[in-house]
Write a protein that binds this ligand. Structure first.
Ligand code: TXA
Ligand code: MG
Length: 327
């Protein structure tokens, strides 16, 4: 599926205009990305179930690595269909949704969310926002919308439509303008992964004190800084294959599975997954975690083809270097 072409001048339409919402839904269904106002910051939304659309968001942001993204939903039922909420999760959702709270929990399997949006993890971050526009779009698509903050990587999160335009003009399909964001900082992220002890991964729009009135004392585990070269053992929020990974391999050796890139003859004699036969880095990114997981399930040694260090290649290589690091 080819994604819609990017406009040279990204239009800004009103987030309360019904025709604009229809247009946004049309773009999202086709695999494009749309900046949408939320109560925290503007998000760059795409269909979370559509891996190439997700790759397009990373590309638009110029992210040098694949952080897992928050999936936005319109109802608590949809949240429950994506992650398992324990009793603390239900209480927090009841008290603060819709609102600036994100819950991280075990991802249900099978999951409609693409492996790329979840960065290959078994967990998933889910938020039910106050934003009418964002919830209406989730309902129109009948799918969760993945949305990181709508700014170029390494810059400040946008709280007006003009901030988004200044940062991403020509790199995204549409901006919906809902005025300035009332909260102005990102959502608070709470992990439910440790049963019975919810922990704050990122402080944000819901204060710790408010959370604690609902579920008692909270641990504080700072979310890993994904772009910093931490030792792989500490990368708790990154998917790591069990297999030994060998990079820049022009071909597999005996006993290795092969993660290919670009025009390569089909091989029946080995475990082979091609990230992109046509050498397209966006397509390769969309296949990365699915391919790695599949090879990892079948082999304990994976050789990886050289991948150019341009565009999304930088993020793909960042991820692969982490996968290849000694553990
Ligand atoms: O308010 C917000 O949260 C905004 C609006 C648009 O919803 N979104 C936002 O997204 O701030 P982003 O991508 O800029 O930050 C998401 C954070 C990242 O630090 C990421 O590592 C963390 O959420 N995250 C996502 N999934 C996770 C997971 N499964 N485990 C741990 N951390 C996760
Ligand atoms: Mg951000």
């Amino acid at each position: 599926m080819t994604r819609p072409a990017l406009p040279s001048n990204t239009p800004i339409l009103s987030a309360t205009d019904l025709a604009a919402l229809d247009e946004a839904a049309r773009i999202l269904k086709a695999g494009g990305c749309v900046a949408v106002p939320t109560e925290t910051v503007y998000g760059l939304a795409c269909d979370a179930t559509h891996a190439e659309a997700v790759a397009g968001v990373y590309e638009a942001k110029g992210r040098p690595s694949f952080n897992p993204l928050i999936c936005h939903v319109d109802t608590i039922e949809r949240a429950r269909s994506l992650i398992a909420l324990d009793s603390a999760g239900e209480q927090l959702a009841d008290a603060f949704w819709p609102g600036p709270l994100t819950l991280v929990a075990r991802r249900r399997t099978p999951s409609p969310v693409s492996d790329l949006a979840a960065a290959g993890l078994d967990s998933l971050a889910v938020r039910l926002p106050k934003s009418d526009a964002l919830r209406a779009l989730v309902a129109k698509l009948d799918a969760p919308l993945a949305a990181p903050s709508a700014n170029a990587s390494g810059t400040i999160s946008p709280t007006t439509a003009q901030h988004v335009k200044d940062s991403l003009n020509g790199r995204i399909h549409l901006i919906l303008d809902g005025g300035p964001c009332p909260v102005g900082v990102e959502s608070t992220i709470v992990s439910l992964l440790e049963p019975g002890s919810p922990a704050i991964l990122r402080p944000g729009g819901v204060a710790r004190e408010a959370l604690e009135t609902v579920c008692g004392g909270l641990d504080h585990t700072e979310v890993t800084n994904h772009s910093a070269p931490t030792s792989p053992g500490q990368l708790t929020s990154h998917y790591a294959p069990n297999a030994h990974v060998r990079l820049n391999a022009t071909g597999p050796q005996v006993g290795e599975a092969y993660l290919g890139f670009g025009a390569q003859p089909e091989r029946d004699d080995l475990v082979f997954f091609n990230l992109s036969q046509k050498g397209d880095l966006v397509e390769a990114a969309s296949n990365l975690f699915t391919g790695l997981r599949w090879l990892d399930s079948l082999s304990d040694r994976i050789a990886v083809a050289p991948i150019p260090e341009t565009g999304l290649g930088e993020a793909i290589n960042d991820r692969l270097r982490r996968a290849a690091a000694e553990r």
